[in-house]
Design a protein around this ligand. Structure first.
Ligand SMILES: *[C@@H]1O[C@H](CO)[C@@H](O)[C@H](O)[C@H]1NC(C)=O
Ligand SMILES: *[C@@H]1O[C@H](CO)[C@@H](O)[C@H](O)[C@H]1NC(C)=O
Ligand SMILES: *[C@@H]1O[C@H](CO)[C@@H](O)[C@H](O)[C@H]1NC(C)=O
Ligand SMILES: *[C@@H]1O[C@H](CO)[C@@H](O)[C@H](O)[C@H]1NC(C)=O
Ligand SMILES: *[C@@H]1O[C@H](CO)[C@@H](O)[C@H](O)[C@H]1NC(C)=O
Length: 290
């Protein structure tokens, strides 16, 4: 093969292999984040057309509790309601992430925040809906710091509303200091664990999967973990403290192991797959046909 074709061939092989592996597991998904990176498509609808994602997080809603209005943090162009609906029409579920520093002071405070999120972004009603009539599918608690008391009550309150998918983005050391109580409630649908920037529980190059697998096994058996996602960085520079897994290792060594777990849910790619590689629609048909 000509040297210049090599990178393209590898990328294509990688994506096809991922597709077939992921497609072989019924529940498997690919979670991605929109608006966090560079070189992205110019609109969310375009992102959903070109990227292969079963779940996309579109914005961070930061700092909440104590009567504080959470601030909407979007780096990239504002998604319109039709952008969001076009993703949903293509079977991509759309999430908002609650992030930053929470400061909930009571169960009632947690319930107020849940009601605010429901009315402003989900199936409720409000005169101030940043994404208009679009109804998002779920909420991700992307919390690594702040005062996390009553976060479990927030989770229960959110799940008290109809058809809300609840996810958390945790870090791999167990127990997760911010989200442990929330995970243990059992109401969390998806536990997305960041197996990167955490030397005690991540992949070690060139091919040492032992810490990663031990941590994965611990998470698989953990109370409240219903569906578990392998969170990985898309490149080395995303995770300065490590955890990047080269595609061939991911495909041949990591995913086959994870898929033995009854709670395997798929992968979470931070922030998103390289959309330069133009095989996303092929990927969609592979995974959806499974
Ligand atoms: C958290 O809320 C309490 C009560 O409203 C307030 O006294 C405290 O300053 C807040 N802490 C932070 C870090 O915002
Ligand atoms: C869904 O995806 C297909 C293929 O990627 C694209 O052609 C189509 O326009 C998309 N539909 C919507 C509603 O976005
Ligand atoms: C966190 O908030 C709770 C409830 O307001 C409070 O009792 C607790 O002292 C706070 N913890 C810290 C470390 O500030
Ligand atoms: C791991 O990598 C080393 C160095 O590249 C190699 O010698 C060894 O065969 C590899 N082991 C496995 C199990 O792939
Ligand atoms: C896995 O769990 C065992 C037993 O609780 C603990 O000793 C070990 O440190 C954990 N390992 C990882 C990588 O989380």
């Amino acid at each position: 093969m000509a040297a210049s074709l090599q990178p393209l061939f590898s990328a294509m092989t990688f994506l096809l292999l991922i597709a077939s592996l992921i497609g072989s597991s019924e529940a498997a998904g690919i979670v991605q984040y929109w608006g966090r990176g560079h070189k992205e498509p110019s609109s969310l609808a375009e992102f959903c057309r070109r990227e292969f994602a079963t779940d996309v997080n579109i914005a961070f809603l930061e700092n909440f509790g104590s009567g504080q209005m959470p601030e909407l943090n979007i780096i990239h162009p504002w998604p319109s309601s039709s952008d969001i609906e076009s993703c949903q029409n293509n079977q991509t579920k759309v999430f908002i992430s609650l992030a930053g520093q929470p400061n909930l002071t009571s169960v009632e405070d947690a319930e107020e925040v849940a009601a605010y999120v429901w009315n402003t972004y989900l199936g409720g009603e409000s005169s101030d809906r940043p994404f208009g009539t679009a109804v998002l599918d779920g909420v991700e608690l992307h919390i690594h710091s702040g005062n996390t008391t009553y976060l479990d009550d927030l989770a229960r309150a959110l799940k008290g509303y109809p058809n809300v998918i609840l996810a958390v983005a945790a870090e791999c050391p167990i127990p997760d200091p911010a989200l442990d109580a929330t995970i243990r409630t059992g109401v969390v649908d998806q536990v997305r664990v960041e197996f990167f920037d955490n030397p005690s529980c991540q992949f070690v190059p060139p091919n040492d999967t032992s810490l990663l697998f031990r941590s994965w096994d611990n998470w698989s058996d953990y109370p409240g973990v219903n569906l578990l996602f392998l969170g990985i960085p898309i490149s080395k520079d995303i995770a300065p403290e490590g955890g990047y897994i080269p595609p061939n290792v991911l495909v041949y060594h990591v995913l086959p192991y994870l898929q033995n777990s009854p709670v395997y849910g798929g992968i979470m790619v931070f922030p998103y797959l390289h959309h330069e590689v133009n095989f996303q629609s092929l990927l969609r048909s592979y995974a959806r046909a499974a």
